[in-house]
Design a protein around this ligand. Structure first.
Ligand SMILES: Nc1ncnc2c1ncn2[C@@H]1O[C@H](COP(=O)(O)OP(=O)(O)OP(=O)(O)O)[C@@H](O)[C@H]1O
Ligand SMILES: [Mg+2]
Length: 285
């Protein structure tokens, strides 16, 4: 669906490339997570996936990014928006400035796409319900908290139903319950066939919902695979990525000889519970 082939990119103002030889495949109907330390290139990769690079940012690139059969660099942004939607890292950047209420703001993209009015109203109501922002419908988008703006930004993209949704840390200003709600909403739309690429610090949410994780370090993809493998990889510290509480707790227990030796470390609550239960039943090999 989205494919990076040996993609190297430098911003117009920077001398050195910030993405190096990226090969990455986002497959249809799957939930992909992108993780990496601050400054590793996550936002740059997200913008390149959605065509903001090169169309809005310029810069120099080699290699190629494709969305389905479209070469991103050769496809004008308006032709890309139904294929791939981007929720930017700063939700304030995402507010259109053209609408007075949250409801109108969420509808704005659909209006531009020419979605029929009745259908648009249905979609807007549904997405506000799903993301629990119906009570904000008549507020100004500018009066909201950062976290509320983030949820509105997610809603504004979901409502357009792009084939692929790329989200750049859409939960960074939300509390744990809000973050969980947003990621569960993404898991729900992914179950309807939408493809998701999520940049996210909440490793426990990724462990639970992502099909595949990509690790970026200094602009290079350094590891890819199922969350259970990536999030228990011994190189996590070197990549500048934390561990889930479940992995950390099990690792500590293992040091004390209280985790079954042959059992891999867990990244989820269920995995941790199963391991501790086995240990409590005397299974320590
Ligand atoms: N507009 C820009 N012009 C020049 N350099 C930039 C620009 N935006 C980002 N960079 C540089 O590119 C590199 C990657 O930045 P990017 O924002 O993609 O990282 P990130 O992983 O998203 O970081 P964070 O976790 O802080 O959001 C950094 O070294 C950053 O300084
Ligand atoms: Mg970023």
């Amino acid at each position: 669906m989205i494919r990076f082939r040996d993609f190297t990119y430098a911003y117009p103002t920077g001398e050195a490339p910030v993405l190096h030889g990226v090969d990455l495949e986002v497959r249809p109907g799957r939930f992909h997570g992108l993780v990496g330390a601050s400054g590793s290139g996550k936002s740059t990769l997200a913008m390149a996936a959605a065509g903001f690079i090169p169309h809005a940012q310029g810069g120099e690139s080699t290699g190629e990014v494709t969305v389905g059969d479209l070469v991103v660099a050769d496809t004008p942004l308006p032709d890309l928006v139904t294929r791939v939607g981007l929720v930017q890292q700063d939700p304030f950047d995402q507010i259109s400035g053209a609408r007075f209420t949250v409801r109108e703001e969420i509808a704005f993209g659909c209006e531009n796409l020419g979605v029929e009015r009745g259908e648009m109203v249905r979609r807007v109501d549904e997405v506000m319900e799903r993301l629990r922002i119906a009570p904000l419908a008549d507020r100004s988008p500018y009066e909201l908290s950062g976290g509320q703006q983030q949820v509105v930004a997610v809603a504004s993209m979901l409502v357009m139903r792009p084939e692929v949704l790329v989200l750049d840390e859409p939960t960074s200003q939300l509390d744990p319950a809000g973050s969980r709600m947003v990621v569960e909403a993404l898991a729900a739309v992914r179950a309807t066939g939408m493809t998701v690429l999520l940049v996210e610090h909440g490793l426990e949410l990724l462990a639970e919902h992502a099909d595949e994780l990509h690790v970026i370090a200094d602009g290079r993809i350094v590891a890819e695979g199922p969350p259970a493998d990536i999030l228990t990889d011994p190189r996590l510290d070197a990549w500048g990525i934390g561990r889930t509480r479940f992995t950390a707790a099990a690792a500590e227990a293992r040091r004390d000889g209280l985790w079954p030796r042959s059992r891999p470390l867990p990244a989820t609550l269920d995995g941790a519970a199963a391991g501790f239960r086995a240990a409590a039943n005397g299974e320590l090999e």
